[in-house]
Write a protein that binds this ligand. Structure first.
Ligand code: TYD
Length: 207
């Protein structure tokens, strides 16, 4: 039996981590078994790649190098952790996945969706999520709520124009992959957003 693979996407500061935490509490309370991981990271090798990608000192990193490193971290996580669990019928939750690469590297860095899809096709061999929860909140509102930018994070330092491009990229992806994307309005209180997530996952038969 194949398990269910759910990913979480959104711009910086939309409250993704908090929502994942609330969902975990819900799953525990209801005795639903799950495995949670994150990208980039989730395995020993992938966490080391993560440190290289996000290190604010790596200013000379090319966009192509960045995209390939994300794909490398992804395939390691997929083979080591995600694929075996899905094969055993488990529920797998992942904080970011290939749509982050499409939005950040494909749209915002300007590498193009085709290039990013191509390297990821190679890395993940059509291992796509069943559903992708996109927490929808424009970057300006998200950074305001978050209380500013994390100055040690290379990606957060990229400027509002970059994050607007990421956001618009996500909106295009949500349009293109309507069957997979679940767009969640994340502008309200955290409990309201949580309720919307639970409702959507129930509707799709995941919960
Ligand atoms: P992280 O601190 O985990 O951010 P968040 O809490 O917002 O998920 O850092 C991950 C950063 O990496 C984030 O800025 C998004 C970016 N990213 C990409 O640019 N491409 C990718 O493929 C992935 C997985 C993440």
């Amino acid at each position: 039996m194949k398990g269910k693979f759910i990913t979480f996407e959104g711009c910086e500061g939309v409250g993704k981590s908090r929502q994942i935490h609330l969902l975990e509490e819900y799953l525990k309370k209801n005795g639903i078994k799950y495995f949670l991981t994150r990208e980039p990271g989730g395995t020993c090798v992938s966490e080391q790649i993560r440190n290289v990608i996000l290190d604010g000192k790596n200013v000379e990193m090319t966009d192509e190098c960045e995209a390939l490193l994300y794909a490398a971290a992804r395939v390691q996580l997929l083979k080591e952790e995600i694929a075996p669990r899905l094969a055993r019928g488990e529920l797998v939750l992942c904080d970011r996945y290939v749509d982050s690469s499409l939005a950040y590297q494909g749209y915002a860095r300007g590498l193009g969706v085709d290039f990013v899809e191509k390297i990821n096709d190679y890395a993940i061999k059509n291992f796509m999520p069943d559903y992708t929860l996109f927490l929808n909140l424009p970057p300006e509102q998200a950074f305001k709520r978050k209380g500013g930018v994390d100055k040690t994070d290379r990606l957060e330092l990229s400027g509002i124009e970059f994050h607007d491009k990421v956001y618009n990229g996500y909106l295009s992806l949500a349009q293109k992959y309507q069957n997979r994307f679940i767009v969640i309005d994340a502008s309200g209180e955290k409990e309201q957003t949580h309720a919307k997530i639970i409702c959507a996952l129930k509707e799709k038969g995941v919960l």
